[in-house]
Each structure stands twice: as C-alpha cells, then as structure tokens.
Ligand binder design. Structure first.
Ligand SMILES: Cc1ncc(COP(=O)(O)O)c(C=O)c1O
Length: 386
C-alpha cells in the first residue's frame, strides 16, 4: 500500500515539476500578449486555503460570509474614480475577465433598450460578436479606419438609416491588434446630432482602461466623456495569476435590472452565481501597493519601451508603427521562427509587440537581435500543378 502511495506521489511530483518548467519557459519569452507577469502576491497566498465565494451583489449583504465583498467594492470604487464616474451613481463587480465584462455591458444595454441596435467596428474583440449572439440583439458592423479606430463617417451614415431605433454603441479603447482607441465624445456628438435620445455606450477598455487616465493628450473614453459602462481585464495591465476583469456602470441602471434572491439573501445582479472571491483580493492588493501613481509609472515605463522598440525596428528596416499613446508596436507579420519564439499574435498580415510593464529595453534588444539574425524564409509559392 505504502509503495503504491509513494509511486503516485512521485508521479505527481514529476508531473508538477515538468509543468512548472514548461510554464516558466513559456512565460519568459512572450512579448506578443497583453499580460503583465511582474507581480508578487506571495503575501496573500494564505487566502488560497479558504473556500471564498463572492456570490451575489458585492454592494449587498449575503448569507454566505466567506467572501471578499468589501475588498471587491474598493476595487470597483478605485476604477470608478479612475473612469470619472459619478461618486453617487456608480456600481460594478469583479468579473472573470474582459469578455464577461463586455457581456454585462451589453446585457444592461439590452435590458434598458430592448428594441436597440448594436453598432461596433470591424476591429472589435471577438467576445463582442459572441455576446451579441448570446443576447440575441440585432447589430451592424461599422468599418474601421486603417489604424483600427472606428470610421466615424460610416458610423454616422449607418446610424442615420436606423434613427428610429435606440442605439447601443460598443466602443473599444485599445483594440486587440493595434491598440486603436475609439473616441467616445465623437460618438456621443454624432448621436446628439442625429437626435437619438435613447442610446447607450459601452466602452471595452480591456487593456488601455487601466492607464487611459494618465494619457497625454487624453483620449475621450470615460463616464464624463459619455460612456455608460466600462470594462477592463485585470490580468492585463495590472497582472494577476487568475484571469479577471472589472465592469463599472451606473448604479441607477443596475437598479433597473436587480432581482432579489432569498436563497443567497442578496440581489441577483451579476452574470454568474458563484463568483471568484480571490481575484478581487489580487486586484485590491495590487492597487493598494501601487496606487494611481504606481499605475501611472508603469504606463510611462511601457510607453518609453514601446517608443524604443518602434525606433529600433525602423532602424533595422522593419516597418513599425504605433497608435497615439499606445504601448503596442505594430509590425508586418514576421517569420514563423520569430513568431513562435516570442509568441507574437498575428492577424491577417500584421503582428504586434505589446510593451507591458515587465518588458525591458534589454528584452527588446534581444528580440531585435533575433529579427536581424533570423533567416528570411521564402513563402512557398502556391500554385496548381496541373
Ligand atoms: C479589446 C479587448 N476586449 C476584450 C478582451 C477580452 O478580455 P479577456 O481575455 O479578459 O476576456 C480582449 C482580450 O485580449 C481585448 O483585447
């Protein structure tokens, strides 16, 4: 019996050691995804011992007490302030990621405007299309400009043809491939010009929402600029061992959809029932330690590295460009070896390097070295042989 137990123990240890090695190697070489990896949450590891569950509305009491609702409210409050929400009229919760946060924004919009039409650009994240499908809302795709930003003229012309319907607009503040930012105040003024009073703007700010407040010049995206709800991914710019996100909206809007559930002694206002209570703790810890000032410092570092990367690539003859205030450097699709080694996400014929706070100039130098020294692989010509 003891022998079998020992064998199983050895197998588990071997498997875990191999997995850890695989994850560490993979982590060290990625510069193509918007994920920060420079966090240290060891001070709160102890909380992994508890069955924390944030079931119910974080702003309401619940019968289940093994939760971190107070901490979650602080996280939502931090982002509400960063997004210039009305201090007396905001609400939100910590989600499982940007995709769920987008689903929540669209869900609220549909509940408020059941006859609405959703408008979103070609460059919008794929979660939005899926969410619209899940919610069964009619939608129209708007053309994107070359840099990935929504085409305002196409937006205006399209909305004009549907003026009789409430407009639900999904703007993106930092598109997935080029980190382009749709200007919420331009969208708002087009809606005003067309006299569409029933409207809702959800801003998907998955990556750039965490540093949008520090941009100079500012690009309009927040509540004061006209957004009704804003979503971010917590594991992107801030960094977390578990995917996480935040949705911030107006309390007055969420009040219109809240339903009381006696089983949990709380309000059913969130997408899932049981909710991760550890991830608010990670986000809370990070924002307490760095504060708004620390976040700004992280952004300035990323910006400096992105400028450096863009300049260095252009110097060696690789065409590279960035959107305004962006930490993402866009390049032509690189050779497969480079793409594989540096884990560069690629779409159509472009790829990108995302200078997250953990990316250093030294790492960019070694990437540039690889780009300069890789063999140019000639793409096999595609032709019929008959
Ligand atoms: C613009 C945008 N929105 C939403 C998401 C989805 O976020 P998550 O992966 O946290 O669900 C992403 C992820 O890359 C994104 O780039």
């Amino acid at each position: 019996m003891k022998e079998i137990e020992n064998r199983i123990q050895n197998q588990v240890e071997e498997k875990l050691a191999a997995l850890k090695q695989h994850i560490e190697i993979a982590r060290n070489n990625f510069i193509g995804y918007p994920v920060s990896k420079d966090f240290d949450y060891s001070e709160i590891y102890d909380f992994l011992k508890y069955p924390i569950n944030n079931i119910g509305d974080p702003f309401n009491d619940s019968t289940y007490k093994v939760q971190t609702h107070e901490i979650e409210r602080e996280v939502v409050g931090f982002f509400a302030k960063l997004f210039r929400a009305d201090p007396k009229d905001y609400w939100g919760y910590v989600t499982n990621g940007g995709s769920e946060s987008n689903l929540y924004g669209l869900y609220l919009a549909r509940e408020l405007h059941p006859k609405g039409m959703v408008y979103y650009s070609e460059s919008t994240h794929y979660s939005v299309r899926k969410n619209i499908h899940l919610l069964n809302i009619p939608s129209i795709v708007i053309r994107s400009q070359e840099n990935g930003e929504i085409d305002y003229e196409d937006f205006e012309n399209t909305v004009k043809m549907n003026r009789h319907k409430p407009a639900i607009v999904l703007t993106t503040f930092g598109t997935t491939m080029t980190e382009a930012k749709d200007d919420v105040s331009k969208i708002k003024s087009i809606l005003k010009k067309l006299a569409i009073q029933d409207n809702y703007i959800h801003c998907d700010a998955a990556l750039a929402g965490s540093f949008g407040a520090f941009m100079e010049p500012k690009i309009p995206f927040d509540f004061k600029d006209g957004a009704d709800s804003i979503s971010i991914s917590g594991h992107k710019f801030i960094g977390s061992p578990i995917p996480t996100g935040v949705i911030v909206t107006k309390r007055s809007n969420r009040d219109r959809i809240a339903k009381g559930i006696s089983y949990i002694g709380s309000l059913d206002t969130t997408i899932t029932g049981s909710r991760n209570g550890h991830s608010p703790l990670f986000l809370w810890y990070a924002i307490k330690k760095m504060g708004a000032e620390g976040l700004q410092k992280r952004y300035l570092h990323s910006l400096e590295v992105a400028e450096y990367c863009e300049k260095k690539l252009n110097e060696i003859g690789v065409k590279a460009w960035r959107n305004q205030n962006s930490i993402t450097v866009v390049i032509e699709k690189p050779n497969a070896e480079i793409k594989e080694k540096w884990q560069l996400a690629t779409e159509d014929n472009i790829s990108h390097i995302i200078c997250m706070p953990n990316v250093s100039k030294a790492q960019i130098d070694s990437f540039i070295y690889d780009v300069q020294n890789c063999e140019k692989k000639i793409e096999e010509p595609f032709e019929f042989t008959f």
